[in-house]
Design a protein around this ligand. Structure first.
Ligand SMILES: [Zn+2]
Length: 171
C-alpha cells in the first residue's frame, strides 16, 4: 500500500516532481526494449502485481525490466558464460524464447491460448495479460531460480498432513 501525505497540495507537488524525473529517465532510455521504460505515466504498475504469488510477481518484474537471468543476458555480465539456449546453439534471448525456441513451444502455445498473443512486451501493461506473461516465463523453465517454486505449485498435496510420520510411530 502506498503511503501518502494528508495534504493534497504536497501530494500533487511531489507527484509533479516525480513525473518530471520519470520523463527525463524514460527519454534517456527510449531505445531500451524493456517495457518498464515505455509505461505510460498514468499506469500504476503496482496494480499489475496485485494478487500474484511472489514468484509470479518476481517473474513479471523481471520481464518488465528485462534484467533477466537468461543465458544471453548472463553471458554479458559473467565471463566465459555460454549464451546458448538449452534447445541449441542460438543465444537464449527473450526474443528467442518467445519466437523460435523449440524447447518452449508448449509454454508459447499456452500463452497464445490465454492471451491471443505472443507479443510478450505488448502483454506487460494490462493486469490480466501480464499475469499470463509471467506464467509463460515460469513455464519456459529458463530461469533456474524459479524451478523449485514451480515444482511446489505442481506438487499434489492431496492427503498431505503435517508430521504424518509421527502419527505412524505413535500408533
Ligand atoms: Zn531455445
Amino acid at each position: 500500500m502506498q503511503k501518502r501525505s494528508t495534504s493534497t497540495i504536497i501530494d500533487s507537488h511531489f507527484a509533479q516532481i516525480w513525473q518530471q524525473r520519470w520523463i527525463v529517465e524514460t527519454e534517456k532510455r527510449s531505445n531500451s526494449r524493456a517495457r518498464v521504460w515505455h509505461t505510460p505515466w498514468a499506469l500504476r504498475p503496482l496494480t499489475l502485481y496485485e494478487g500474484l504469488p511472489r514468484h509470479q510477481a518476481t517473474a513479471l518484474f523481471l520481464l518488465r525490466t528485462e534484467v533477466l537471468g537468461i543465458n544471453a543476458w548472463l553471458s554479458k555480465v559473467l565471463p566465459d558464460y555460454d549464451s546458448a539456449c538449452f534447445c541449441g546453439p542460438q543465444p537464449q534471448t527473450l526474443g528467442h524464447l518467445i519466437t523460435f525456441c523449440l524447447a518452449t513451444t508448449e509454454a508459447r502455445l499456452k500463452l497464445i491460448e490465454r492471451t491471443g498473443s505472443s507479443d510478450i512486451r505488448g502483454l506487460l501493461d494490462e493486469q490480466e495479460k501480464a499475469k499470463h506473461a509471467a506464467r509463460w516465463l515460469l513455464d519456459t523453465g529458463a530461469l533456474a531460480q524459479f524451478r523449485v517454486a514451480v515444482e511446489v505449485e505442481e506438487e499434489n498435496m492431496e492427503g498431505w498432513e503435517a508430521l504424518a510420520g509421527l502419527h505412524v510411530v505413535s500408533t
